[in-house]
Write a protein that binds this ligand. Structure first.
Ligand SMILES: C[S@@+](CC[C@H](N)C(=O)[O-])C[C@H]1O[C@@H](n2cnc3c(N)ncnc32)[C@H](O)[C@@H]1O
Length: 220
């Protein structure tokens, strides 16, 4: 019963996307709205890139990312262990070994500063309980010069407008380098300015942030 309440909450824009609706993320026609290769292209990856897919869901985009980084590593992070299990199974069946899965919250990422070269968020930012913290955290775990790509779909009840995204990002050391899209959706790409010390949420959270980092995960 409570599972169906989660579905209802999500439909009206409250709470994370429920696992029971995974098939909507895998709908074949979605390739025309969000072509995985095109979205992966926007991350400007190289063979050894370390990539964080935030709110990966069932891994609709993960094979396109993993395939571009044969010497690198893809980390899938999601609140839902069920979604991650599905994504892991998909990537394994396709023969990928260059990935890891982490159950976690985008608002308090369990990674050290400067861990990743690129991060991707597709229709997830609006689901987080604290959008500003999510953006701070991604900025913190990206290396200087690292790329963040955010894709939003207007039909999504959790849609985040480009204006709101720009405002969230304005408090970090990200600079916007590209916006692509259509009437239905957009992808905004940001680069973490190389010339500034990492912007961290520790500044806002003080000791709590530092304590959290002591339990962080290293991606090798
Ligand atoms: C609409 S789905 C999108 C999944 C995937 N990005 C895609 O486009 O196929 C949103 C995903 O974000 C996850 N999510 C929501 N809030 C989150 C958070 N605070 N931290 C990590 N994952 C979160 C949900 O569990 C769900 O898998």
């Amino acid at each position: 019963m409570s599972r169906w309440l989660d579905v209802l909450r999500s439909v009206v824009g409250k709470g994370p996307f429920p696992y029971q609706l995974w098939f909507l993320l895998e709908f074949p026609g979605r390739r025309f709205v969000h072509p995985p290769d095109q979205l992966a292209e926007r991350l400007r990856l190289f063979a050894a890139s370390r990539v964080l897919e935030v709110g990966s869901g069932s891994g609709f985009f993960s094979p396109a990312l993993a395939g571009r980084i044969p010497e690198g590593k893809l980390v899938l992070l999601d609140l839902s262990a069920e979604f991650l299990a599905r994504a892991r199974s998909k990537l394994s069946k396709l023969g990928f070994r260059n990935f890891a899965c982490a159950v976690g919250n985008a608002c308090t990422l369990p990674f050290r500063d400067n861990t990743f070269d690129a991060a991707m968020m597709v229709t997830i930012l609006g689901e987080t309980t604290d959008r500003q913290s999510s953006v701070f955290e991604i900025c913190r775990v990206l290396r200087p010069g690292g790329i963040l790509s955010v894709t939003e779909l207007r039909l999504d009840p959790h849609f985040v407008s480009l204006n709101e995204l720009d405002l969230l990002v304005s408090f970090t050391s990200f600079e916007r380098i590209e916006v692509c899209g259509s009437a239905l959706n957009y992808t905004a790409t940001f680069r973490k300015r190389p010339d500034e010390s990492p912007q961290t949420s520790q500044g806002a959270f003080g000791l709590a942030g530092r304590a959290r980092l002591s339990t962080s995960v290293t991606v090798s």
